[in-house]
Design a protein around this ligand. Structure first.
Ligand code: ADP
Ligand code: ZN
Length: 217
């Protein structure tokens, strides 16, 4: 299965991508994770990426698409993938469609998570990420057993540089301007499955599974 997961920052894309990818036995590929990996290498490319991500702005479309499609061509993604956070502009979606066409394949579905803005700000400003395994927790909604340590791997929990209130508000505005038009684009292609992202992680996972089951049989 080839699936795209779209949603505003904080809707739980990363968490849900892991759950669903595990269930489908395909890799979860996150553009944000690919960027953070490049940034932590401290390369010139990483520095360029950082200028955009830390301002809450999007990384340019062509560069983003190059980095993601390179990952899509690794062998583990040959049988399917779950894309998290890419595409997030109509231009990126066009470039992805082209790349898939060259590979003689197509997307099966696009899941769009939906969450109101006030809940997003609450979720993101309390979010902490495991530096080692990337798992997300929330200081109030899902606190770790040992403060500051990941439940899964005991790695250090840190706040992402772009999870400050100011940057979160900018990311929301960018989502409304640049990503919301993409929802219509995929709806026109009969790929869009809207899913309510409110509630606990398993509830949202179940909704996603039901939405997919209805189109894939
Ligand atoms: P979130 O969805 O919570 O904002 P991500 O980890 O998906 O977090 O992305 C972090 C940042 O990386 C974004 O705010 C943006 O700057 C950049 N980014 C991620 N995916 C893309 C993309 N497809 N196109 C452009 N920039 C992106
Ligand atoms: Zn961890």
């Amino acid at each position: 299965m080839r699936i795209v997961l779209i949603g505003p920052p904080g809707a739980g894309k990363g968490t849900q991508a892991r759950v669903l990818a595990g269930r489908l036995s395909v890799p979860a590929i996150s553009s944000g994770d690919l960027f953070r990996a490049e940034t932590s290498r401290g390369s010139a490319l990483g520095e360029l990426i950082k200028r955009h991500t830390e301002a809450g702005e999007l990384v340019p479309d062509e560069l983003t698409t190059t980095i993601v499609t390179r990952r899509l061509h690794e062998p583990d993604a040959g049988g399917g993938f779950l894309l998290d956070g890419f595409p997030r502009t109509v231009r990126q979606a066009e470039l992805l469609a082209q790349a898939l066409e060259e590979d003689k394949t197509v997307l099966d579905a696009v899941i769009a998570l939906d969450l109101p803005d006030d809940e997003i700000v609450q979720r993101l400003t309390g979010r902490r990420m495991c530096q080692a395994c990337g798992m997300a927790v929330h200081t109030v909604f899902s606190p770790p057993r040992v403060p500051g340590r990941c439940d899964g791997c005991a790695g250090a929990l840190v706040r992402r540089a772009d999870d400050t209130e100011e940057t979160v508000l900018r990311r929301l505005a960018v989502y409304a301007e640049q990503t919301v038009p993409l929802l219509r684009w995929y709806a026109d292609r009969e790929l869009l499955l809207p899913v309510d992202a409110k509630g606990a992680v398993p509830e949202v996972s179940d909704r996603m599974r039901a939405a997919l089951a209805a189109v894939t049989r």
